[in-house]
Design a binder for this molecule. Sequence first.
Ligand code: HEC
Length: 185
Amino acid sequence: MARHYRHLARLAPLALAGVGLASCGEEPVDLPYGTAQQFMANEVQSTAEVYWNAVGAVSELVDGEPVFREFEPQTDEEWQQVADAAVKMREYGEVLATPAYADGRGDDWMDFAQGLQAVSRQAEQAALDKSPEAVFEVGGTLYNVCTACHQSYPPADLPAGMTVDDIDRPSPDETLEEYRAQDAT
Ligand code: HEC
């Protein structure tokens, strides 16, 4: 069965709650990207999607007929956009490690934030190497890093039936070749 890229519904209205809230007497903390939830929904997710959607396969309807199409960046510019997304992910990992987002969390929070930085470096290298296989593979590792943190710090307020597992991403267990072979059937 063909798989399609799905996109997590934007949850902007939910994200509005909690802006600048601080309990009485506390200085509001300066959160550069809003709450963790806003940061995730508005920046982290869309940047990860740029990376995850860079290589893969889709089946599309053309004149009512399903047409299977493999895709990967074609031009230097397109590869650069993938590398840029990886650089952004690393910066987000650094932001997550700052007190604004790390305060009040366990020690593992820092490990996850650093894990995001580490995998983002690999992700950048894979894009600079212009290797679709490596981009796909590191994309799976990237997904594992997201999931590891979400297991310890489960997102609240996801609409019923929607878990973070619904985020579309390359399977961490498949090579690009296997993924495309499955899609072709
Ligand atoms: C260091 C920990 C950490 C890492 C790493 C992390 N997240 Fe999150 N993420 C969170 C937390 C905490 C929340 C829950 C925010 C809330 O509900 O208050 C969250 C929530 C989310 C949400 C739900 C946002 C919403 O609208 O409720 C999405 C989507 C998301 N993360 C995507 C990602 C993606 C994609 C990655 C990897 C590229 C990632 N996250 C990596 C901590 C992390």
